[in-house]
Write a protein that binds this ligand. Structure first.
Ligand SMILES: [Zn+2]
Length: 69
């Protein structure tokens, strides 16, 4: 899987706008300042199992991008 595929995958679950990541499924939000805390989805969100750390995931993808070029 390429970094581009990873970014597309990330974008299917998350939305990034104005320094806030939001879950596309439940619209729960997390500011970058809270990035070290596990993402907190709203109850019943189908993406809850994927919570993790979306900011870290994005950093990892962008890091891969930088080193791929
Ligand atoms: Zn969610």
């Amino acid at each position: 899987m390429s970094a581009n595929d990873d970014l597309i995958e990330w974008n299917t679950h998350w939305r990034l706008a104005a320094g806030i990541v939001s879950c596309k499924a439940c619209k729960a939000q997390q500011r970058e300042i809270d990035r070290s805390a596990p993402f907190s989805h709203h109850p019943g969100c189908g993406q809850a199992a994927k919570s993790g750390l979306p900011w870290d995931q994005l950093d990892l993808i962008c890091h891969t991008f930088k080193h791929a070029t």
